[in-house]
Design a protein around this ligand. Structure first.
Ligand code: F6P
Length: 341
């Protein structure tokens, strides 16, 4: 069997803490198997624009603890068109690349599958996104760090919320997934967790019903000794976002509500141990899979075991938030909090 010699590597979509650790692992594993790694810059744009460099093991020294990505990242509009895909494929053919590894999220994996229509090299995805919304893997690289970053920030907001006896509305990232919001909300003992999985606002009637419910809960809290009230909300859930929700809620509560959008601090920073380790295991597994002549797969971790799932399965459905967490929050935590206020 012909062994692979030259592998292209890129990071695509939103950067996530731990992407650099995955790059390091890929490069070191490739070095072990005497495979050359070509790093393409700015996601798929690097393939289209032939923007690449040889990545050797010396360049990844000191990389494991760094946020961001050495290869830069980007979203690539051209990849939604046949011309862009063909240009990328031509670069891979011209540079005699045997295989391509993409570290990114579901959009990036979708691009990878489309590229296969124009290029016959092996392809492997490594799930790297703070959103943790990819099916088939317990965690994506970057999620745990993003959750910890948000928890740290909200613990600090809690101090001010307590001191000023104020209602805070904190908006969290996740695009259309509530993974970050739910996990952070529970870990910060937020008085309300508003996310796609438990908070439905399809109509104007829904909006005013939800505002009434939250306002009632806040008013109850204000009649007790409880001094602060934190609502965490997923981005893209409330029309107008956290700022609009603060304005809307004031009309129902006659209380000032302060909106705070955590935003990009959730994407940056040094990866926590879990992400460094996950990224390392996945990076090594990606090279091993290629070396075993595998293709069309995403490296995944299930129940603490590294495995693979097909890329098409991984992107078919968005990964759901744990029902245990949703139920615990809804039936136990929210209820107990309500009876104590
Ligand atoms: O996918 C990661 C993420 O940070 C999402 O949580 C967020 O909705 C999106 O990227 C923002 O993307 P961009 O930085 O391209 O605006």
């Amino acid at each position: 069997m012909q062994k692979i010699k030259k592998v292209a590597l890129l990071t695509s979509g939103g950067d996530a803490p731990g992407m650099n650790a995955a790059i390091r692992a890929v490069v070191l594993a490739a070095h072990h198997y005497k495979i050359e790694i070509i790093g393409f810059k700015h996601g798929y744009n690097g393939l289209i624009n032939q923007d690449f460099f040889i990545l050797d093991h010396k360049q990844v020294h000191g990389l494991i603890n760094q946020g961001g990505t050495l290869l830069k990242s980007a979203r690539c509009k051209e990849f939604h068109h046949q011309d862009g895909l063909k240009q990328a494929a031509n670069t891979l053919i011209k540079e005699k690349i045997d295989a391509l590894i993409v570290i990114g999220g579901d959009g990036s994996f979708n691009g990878l599958l489309k590229l296969q229509q124009h290029w016959s090299g092996q392809v492997i995805g490594i799930p790297g996104t703070i959103d943790n919304d990819i099916d088939g893997t317990d965690h994506t690289i970057g999620f745990t760090t993003a959750v910890n970053t948000a928890i740290e920030a909200i613990d600090k907001i809690r101090d001010t919320a307590d001191a000023f006896e104020r209602v805070f509305i904190v908006e969290l990232m996740g695009r259309h997934s509530g993974q970050i919001t739910f996990n952070v909300g529970v870990a910060c003992a937020a008085e309300q967790v508003l996310s796609f999985e438990n908070f439905f606002v399809n109509t104007e009637k829904d909006r005013s019903a939800r505002l009434n419910e939250i306002a009632e809960h806040i008013k109850k809290a204000q009649t007790t000794t409880q001094s602060s009230y934190i609502i965490v909300i997923a981005e893209n859930l409330w029309r107008g976002g956290a700022h609009q929700l603060a304005i809307d809620l004031k009309q129902y509560t006659q209380t000032d509500c302060t909106a705070c959008i955590l935003g990009y601090i959730q994407r940056g920073g040094s990866p926590v141990a879990e992400d460094r380790i996950l990224a390392t295991k996945m990076g090594v597994a990606a090279i091993k899979a290629l070396n075993d002549n595998k293709t069309g797969l995403m490296i995944a971790e299930q129940n603490n075991t590294i495995t693979t799932v097909s890329l098409s399965t991984a992107i078919q459905h968005q990964k759901q938030v744990s029902q245990n967490l949703i139920d615990a929050q809804k039936n136990i935590l929210a209820m107990s909090a309500q009876s104590s206020v």
